[in-house]
Design a protein around this ligand. Sequence first.
Ligand code: DQA
Length: 154
Amino acid sequence: MADILVLNGPNLNLLGRREPEIYGTTTLEQIEQSLTEQARQSGFSLRCEQSNAEHVLIELVHSIFASQTQAVLINPGAFTHTSLALRDALLAVGKPFYEVHISNVHQREAFRARSYLSDVAAGVVCGLGVAGYQFMMAALLARLQSPVEMKREI
Ligand code: DQA
């Protein structure tokens, strides 16, 4: 079992080809490789998964229950705006999760501004392009490495 679970939701398997004017030209495979290397340099292992199915994402979240996995970095795609079930799964396993969006969801259609996850996420990044994954991973790794110090700063 890996230290960190990286989850990507529906349609993110098409990154690099999907609406490049919004999501850029970097592929999900390139993002996952770069996150894996970033985590490895800090001594942490990653498991990266993508699914277009809500129940698969929920089962992947369940798989970290009572495991050594300490945190989740997730771009839930459109399930952000619809999935109470994904929210409940993330709360059920009791591990901090970090929500990433490539686009600025607040600058787009009104329905994208609502997230079922943000109020219970450990952190939220949006609108920074695919670099948002790296920024969020840096914050997550810092939190894992020195949880006490990070709390004192807040
Ligand atoms: C997204 C934003 C969502 O609204 C959308 O459904 C996605 C991608 C993002 O990364 O910007 O699939 O999560």
